[in-house]
Design a protein around this ligand. Structure first.
Ligand SMILES: [Fe+2]
Length: 167
C-alpha cells in the first residue's frame, strides 16, 4: 500500500501488528510445547491464549476504521521466526543462536514498540476510543508478558550462577 498520510501509516502499522500477532499464535504454541522448563511453558502458554484475544481486538480496530483485516509482513517478525526455526533444528547449543526465552522476549518487545507507535499515531489522528482502547488493553498485556518472561530469565540466571558456584 502507498503510504502518503498518517492514516495510511497507521493502516500499514496495523497490518504489521496483525501479521505479528498471527505469527505469534503459531510461534508461542510451538515454543510452549518445546519449553525446557515448566515456568517458561506456563508463561508462553498463557500468553498464547491472550494472543487470540489480541487478534480479535485488532480485527475490532480494523472494523472501527471500516477496513478489512489484512496482514503485512515485517522483516523483524520473519527474522524472529527464522531464529526459532534455527533454534528448533538443533542449533540450540550454538551460542550465536538465541534461546527460546530470548526469542520470546524479542518478540514481545517488538510488539510493545508496535503498539506504542500505533497509540502515538492514534493520538495524532484523534482516533476515538473504539480504536484506542483495544490497543491500550493489548499493550498492557504485552508489557505484563515481558515482565513475566523477565522473571523467568532472572530465576534461570540465579539457578545458573548457583550451579556454577557449586561446581
Ligand atoms: Fe504478545
Amino acid at each position: 500500500m502507498n503510504v502518503e498520510t498518517l492514516e495510511d501509516l497507521f493502516g500499514l502499522q496495523l497490518q504489521h501488528a496483525y501479521y505479528a500477532e498471527r505469527a505469534h499464535v503459531e510461534l508461542l504454541s510451538e515454543m510452549a510445547d518445546a519449553a525446557p522448563t515448566d515456568d517458561l511453558r506456563e508463561v508462553l502458554a498463557d500468553h498464547r491464549a491472550e494472543t487470540d484475544a489480541q487478534i480479535d481486538r485488532l480485527e475490532d480496530v480494523f472494523a472501527a476504521l471500516g477496513r478489512h483485516p489484512r496482514t503485512s509482513r515485517t522483516r523483524s517478525i520473519d527474522g524472529l521466526i527464522e531464529s526459532w526455526h534455527e533454534h528448533r533444528s538443533g542449533s540450540g547449543g550454538d551460542p550465536a543462536v538465541p534461546s527460546a526465552l530470548e526469542i520470546a522476549l524479542t518478540g514481545e518487545r517488538l510488539e510493545i514498540r508496535a503498539y506504542e507507535s500505533l497509540l502515538t499515531l492514534a493520538g495524532r489522528l484523534a482516533y476515538a476510543d473504539d480504536v484506542v482502547e483495544p490497543l491500550e488493553t493489548t499493550l498492557a498485556e504485552e508489557r505484563a508478558a515481558v515482565e513475566a518472561l523477565e522473571e523467568v530469565e532472572t530465576a534461570e540466571s540465579i539457578l545458573k550462577t548457583l550451579a556454577i558456584e557449586e561446581g
